[in-house]
Design a protein around this ligand. Structure first.
Ligand SMILES: Cc1ncc(COP(=O)(O)O)c(C=O)c1O
Length: 360
């Protein structure tokens, strides 16, 4: 029985087994032992990403992998289309502009998912990339990547996906869904402390990298590719986080990837159902597109107080992101979250709800 349920949307709870895996002596990142671990980790990440392509480990948070995608595969002035669903898709657009890309924003109301028809309306033969977030952690909405991949696969446009809050918790089929650049990070469904990002490129993306004119150095993926042939990274990686990912992947494969996805789905649906029974709405406008790794709950004017009151009851969740700090709170079901956490959350919420005279 846990005495606290850490149900944040990232960084997420780190299992004791993963913490124990980091409690060991240091090794050189050029040693045979390290190379064996890295080889195992990249093989495991390929399964989680659903790809035959290499998955590169970067020592950074997820944002570093977003930068790597832009720096390596685009050129100054390239036109890209980005559906904006909330904070993190907006961050990708701002970053692309910082690298002097020409961004066509497709704006959605907060809580909506992106739809292929509207986005494709903005895609022309000049479009070099379409950036579709997998799971918008700000609003708790996930997108149908397969549908985007189907329409983009026949074009010269790259399909880029940020799955920072998806991979490891949501089904991911990079190759089958024709994703050209897929990125994620360690501190979400992969149950590892922050510090590593992961990125994988299709053949089409590597081809684009040959003509990219944006300078790279730390995030030069061609260098990563060279070093990967020796199961190493160009610079010193966060070796202890690599130990942690190794252990976390073992846990995921012991449970079974499909079972892990099912657990995420079941727990999230139980939360959606439970909060609705308590009288709250969820923030996503279409329940079918409500994320299966986190739930954004709509509690107008009360969200901050609810987060504080839940914390007093040892349930740690996150508040909303701007402009929804007062109205939305977010409950993570990513990674090491089980039915007992869901039950503890719902019990605590039903108590907290009664603190308000005009509940919910
Ligand atoms: C969907 C999404 N993309 C990108 C990021 C940024 O990742 P990081 O904070 O690891 O740099 C986050 C962080 O929460 C996220 O949820």
């Amino acid at each position: 029985m846990k005495n606290e349920s850490v149900m944040m949307v990232g960084p997420t709870a780190v299992p004791q087994r993963v913490l124990d895996a980091m409690n060991r002596k240091s090794i050189s990142h050029r040693s045979v032992e390290y190379c064996e671990i890295q080889a195992r980790v990249s093989a495991g990440l390929k399964k989680v990403f659903g790809t035959q392509n290499e998955v590169y480990i970067l020592t950074s948070s997820g944002t570093g992998a977003m930068e790597a995608a832009i720096q390596n595969c685009f050129s100054f002035g390239d036109e890209v289309v980005i559906p904006i669903l909330g904070t993190f898709s907006a961050q990708f657009a701002a970053m692309a502009e910082a690298f002097k890309l020409k961004v066509v924003r497709v704006d959605y109301a907060l809580g909506e998912a992106a739809d292929v028809e509207t986005v494709m309306h903005h895609v022309t033969p000049a479009t070099k990339g379409v950036f579709v977030i997998h799971n918008e952690s700000a609003t708790g909405v996930f997108n149908d990547l397969q549908a985007f991949g189907e329409v983009l696969k026949e074009t010269d446009t790259l399909f880029i996906t940020d799955s920072v809050s998806g991979a490891g918790g949501l089904e991911m089929k990079m190759d089958d869904w024709h994703i050209d650049i897929l990125l994620s990070s360690s501190q979400k469904a992969l149950m590892v402390p922050a510090g590593l990002a992961f990125i994988s490129l299709s053949e089409k993306a590597w081809k684009a990298s040959e003509t990219s004119d944006i300078p790279t150095y730390y995030f030069d993926l061609k260098k990563s590719r060279d070093f990967y042939s020796k199961d190493q990274t160009p610079n010193t990686p966060a070796v202890y986080n690599v130990f942690a990912v190794d252990e976390a992947l073992k846990m995921i494969f012991e449970e079974g990837v499909e079972q892990v996805y099912q657990r995420h789905e079941k727990n999230t649906l139980a939360i959606i159902d439970g909060v609705k029974q308590l009288g709250y709405d969820i923030f996503p406008k279409d329940e079918k597109r409500a994320s299966r790794t986190l739930t954004a709950v709509y509690a107008p004017g009360k969200a901050k107080r609810i987060v504080e009151e839940l914390a007093k009851r040892n349930i740690i969740v996150n508040g909303g992101l701007a402009p929804n700090e007062e109205d939305v709170f977010r409950v993570g079901t990513m990674g090491f979250i089980f039915k007992e956490d869901v039950d503890a959350f719902l019990n605590a919420l039903s108590e907290v709800r009664n603190l308000f005279t005009d509940c919910p």
